[in-house]
Design a protein. Structure first.
Length: 119
């Protein structure tokens, strides 16, 4: 399911709520990819849950710079678009495995990497 996120300190930081929170509580591991189907980049690894209020300053700054209301020009705050009563959480995915390729040149461009501590 889509989420908004930022890349800071070699990790993907994203906020979410609802069913995704329940799924990640059951299995704290995620796979993420960019929206492009032509320039493909996929990462996967364990996730850690933090309170939104515990977001590092660099993450808050990156989020505010990336996500701006097109009507007002005001930055969106780092938070999930939670409905009343839903718990909103911040997650950090520290990749252990990555895949990348360019559509139309898969054989020439595909790559896979693992971090030193990958299972």
């Amino acid at each position: 399911m889509p989420v908004w996120g930022v890349w800071v300190d070699e990790a993907l930081w994203f906020g979410t709520y609802g069913q995704k929170v329940r799924n990640l509580a059951h299995e704290p591991y995620a796979v993420a990819h960019i929206e492009s189907g032509e320039d493909v980049a996929i990462i996967e690894g364990p996730v850690e849950r933090l309170e939104l209020s515990d977001a590092p300053a660099a993450v808050v700054t990156a989020y505010r710079e990336k996500y701006v209301d097109p009507t007002t020009g005001e930055p969106f705050e780092l938070q999930a678009a939670a409905e009343s009563g839903d718990d909103s959480w911040l997650y950090v995915l520290r990749p252990r495995v990555g895949h990348a390729w360019v559509e139309g040149a898969y054989l020439e461009t595909q790559t896979r990497w693992t971090s030193g501590d990958a299972p």
